[in-house]
Design a protein around this ligand. Structure first.
Ligand code: HEM
Length: 143
């Protein structure tokens, strides 16, 4: 798994953008129309038109919020059972909604977003990589 230093660096990076939930979900949908389509209330709608709606920000808050909760829990071994329980819940609710390939694409879009919106260098990149490996493999294991 990621080292304590890698976790600390990824958390510091995440803290600079964690409130940009709408922009992050927008970036994921823009790059992956199939993920947008899975949300019945957004399927077939123009992404730029829905971006400013309360419903979009509600869903962005939920989706990005879960990722954020896991980021907050990382770095303390005592939190591992809580992370696993959240991943289990995610698996239950997403088994019929999301594929492993979609999760890989979600991760890729998140990294593209981070590259554009944070101070990005090789140290930050090499800290994020094992953290994202851990978070996304934990989620995928429950799908
Ligand atoms: C990558 C493909 C994904 C697809 C296709 C997908 C699809 C969906 C759909 C259709 C909903 C229901 C929306 C509604 O209530 O109308 C939902 C809810 C939710 N998603 Fe995802 N999702 C994906 C990834 C993620 C990721 C990566 C996270 C967080 C790490 C996440 C967190 C949530 C949460 C917290 C909810 C609300 C609670 C629930 O219904 O389980 N999703 N997702």
């Amino acid at each position: 798994g990621p080292s304590g230093d890698q976790i600390a660096a990824a958390k510091a990076s995440w803290n600079t953008v964690k409130n940009n939930q709408v922009d992050i979900l927008y970036a994921v949908f823009k790059a992956n129309p199939d993920i947008q389509t899975a949300f019945s209330q957004f399927a077939g709608k123009d992404l730029d038109s829905i971006k400013g709606t309360p419903d979009f920000s509600k869903h962005a808050g939920r989706v990005v919020g879960l990722f954020s909760e896991v980021m907050d829990l990382l770095g303390n071994d005592a939190n591992t059972p809580t992370i696993l329980a959240k991943a289990k819940d995610f698996g239950k609710s997403h088994k019929s909604r999301a594929s492993p390939a979609q999760l890989d694409n979600f991760r890729k879009s998140l990294v593209v977003y981070l590259k554009g919106a944070t101070k990005w260098d090789s140290a930050v990149e090499s800290s994020w990589a094992p953290v994202l490996d851990f978070v996304f493999s934990t989620l995928k294991n429950e799908l």
